[in-house]
Design a protein around this ligand. Structure first.
Ligand SMILES: Cc1cc2nc3c(=O)[nH]c(=O)nc-3n(C[C@H](O)[C@H](O)[C@H](O)COP(=O)(O)OP(=O)(O)OC[C@H]3O[C@@H](n4cnc5c(N)ncnc54)[C@H](O)[C@@H]3O)c2cc1C
Length: 458
């Protein structure tokens, strides 16, 4: 039996980041991972000679700890962007900057009505947050914007937004910054009061320094080579150099409370640890512990379909990421993946991707040849790739779960599951709701996780 201070179940981003932080603080740490590689969602697919990621990703280095982590892992395989161009479109008009729907050019009449409704709401007293996301949206943004964003939300999540709890608002943050006028008007409103500052967006092209730090600070990085697989390979080497033991092909199958420790079986290995950090979804923990709580009914899963095209690099017009809110086109995001990871062949060919969210149950309907053709038309139509370009090759696939959204009423089954986990062992520490995703998880580590893992069990 192997002994550790902390055993980490799952070597996706959360497991890798926690292992890096804990090992640097002197703890004896092991990572156990079910698949034969670490990285989870951050692994790329091999397609012909290309590495293709599971959708659009970039690494956030706006905080000192984010910068320290990614630069320590990636070392000389790092591409730093301080001028990354984010764009969004509601139709043919691109806005550079925040990931918000932009109504200011495509639908000025709607923008005017929405502004008037917002002005009326400003005068109203604060109300408690309603349980449903759409009720919260209407109370915060008014009926016109609510009706306008509903189909966009359905496109973005591949599910009916009426299902979402208001606790989903963090994950849907881009809908909370619609652009309703030109930059000068939006800046003036944002300056006028916190009410408007929280409710309207402005494009980065405004160049206004007051928005530095509010999603405007464009500091991101990405592996210069090998796409996300480059990150996973580098993370494995760096963690091992820091003394972390990594056990792949070792899915956790059994957990029980030991005498002053937690005992875990994973693959062919048995472990004893002071704490178990469960980086995986609660639903997997409930299954391993044999706890019968219906957690599936409390979340709406969001899957994605990817469409990848080989194109001449010279025919990509950019920007780096384009969020497409237009309802007449299929994908939600486009990116020039090959260019980021220096995957341009001698003949100048590289790859671009388009991403269409869908419910996991609908992947077979969305990941089709017909939609591959639609995604390509969309890419040309929106102007991400020059009209007249021919894609020399293309492929598509579906990824069942990119993330989950809380359903209205999620809290009761979630709390019931947490109580059942604590009964098995107080040494099991999980990720609290709302802290999944890379940036959020880093915050969770600092504010809650490290003290729970390194402190006494409660
Ligand atoms: C298309 C897409 C785009 C995204 N874009 C962004 C973004 O822009 N920004 C952002 O912050 N986040 C984004 N995310 C989400 C982000 O990638 C994930 O939140 C993050 O990578 C998840 O890390 P994780 O460690 O929580 O889970 P995972 O990556 O799912 O890792 C879990 C790991 O646990 C392993 N495992 C499963 N069962 C067991 C078991 N029984 N025992 C041991 N190991 C087990 C799995 O094999 C896996 O390696 C995106 C996700 C997708 C799919």
């Amino acid at each position: 039996m192997k002994h550790y201070d902390i055993l980490i179940a799952g070597a996706g981003f959360a497991g890798i980041y926690a292992a890096w932080r804990l090992a640097r603080s002197g703890a004896k740490v092991a990572l156990v991972e079910a698949s034969d590689k670490i990285g989870g969602n951050l692994q790329s697919k091999r397609w012909k000679e290309w590495w293709v990621d599971n959708g659009t990703h970039n690494f956030d280095i706006r905080t000192p700890i984010g910068e320290a982590f990614y630069t320590d892992i990636l070392r000389d395989n790092i591409l730093i962007w301080d001028d990354q161009q984010w764009g969004c479109t509601t139709d043919k008009t691109w806005t550079m900057g925040f990931e918000m729907p932009d109504f200011s050019v495509d639908d000025p009449a709607l923008a005017q009505t929405a502004l008037a409704e917002l002005a009326a709401l400003e005068a109203e007293p604060e109300k408690p947050v309603p349980a449903q996301y759409l009720d919260w949206y209407q109370a915060t943004y008014g009926p016109t914007l609510t009706e306008a964003v509903k189909p966009m939300l359905a496109k973005y999540t591949g599910s009916d937004p009426a299902l979402f709890s208001s606790d989903a608002r963090g994950a849907l943050g881009m809908f909370s910054r619609p652009k309703l006028g030109n930059d000068a008007e939006m800046i003036a409103l944002k300056e006028s009061s916190p009410f408007w500052d929280a409710r309207v967006g402005v494009s980065l092209a405004s160049g206004d320094p007051r928005f530095a730090g509010k999603s405007v600070n464009k500091k991101f990085c990405y592996p210069a080579k090998g796409a996300l697989t480059g990150f996973c390979d580098a993370a494995k080497a760096r963690l091992e150099a820091l003394g972390v033991d990594i056990f792949t092909s070792s899915g956790v199958s059994h957990i029980e409370d030991g005498n002053g420790c937690v005992e875990v079986k994973a693959g062919d290995h048995s472990f004893r640890a002071g704490k178990l950090f469960w980086s995986l979804p609660e639903v997997v923990l409930a299954k391993v512990l044999g706890i019968d709580v219906d957690l599936m009914s409390s979340a709406v899963p969001v899957g994605t379909c990817f469409f990848v095209f080989e194109v001449p690099e010279a025919s990509i017009l950019g920007p780096d990421y384009l969020q497409d809110y237009s309802l007449s086109r299929l994908p939600f995001r486009y990116n020039k993946l090959g260019v980021y990871s220096e995957q341009t062949k001698a003949d100048g060919t590289t790859l671009v991707t388009a991403e269409a969210p869908c419910h996991p149950a609908k992947i077979k309907e969305v990941a089709t040849e017909a939609n591959l053709a639609r995604a390509w038309e969309a890419m040309l139509d929106v102007g991400f790739v020059k009209q007249g370009t021919q894609a020399s090759n293309a492929m598509f696939w579906g990824h069942p779960v990119a993330y989950t959204m809380p359903k209205t009423g999620w809290r009761a089954p979630y709390e019931q599951a947490q109580a059942a986990f604590a009964k098995v062992s107080e040494r099991i520490v999980g990720v609290e709701f709302g802290y999944r995703g890379r940036f959020n998880f880093m915050t969770f580590y600092d504010t809650k996780l490290e003290s729970r893992l390194l402190g006494e069990p409660t």
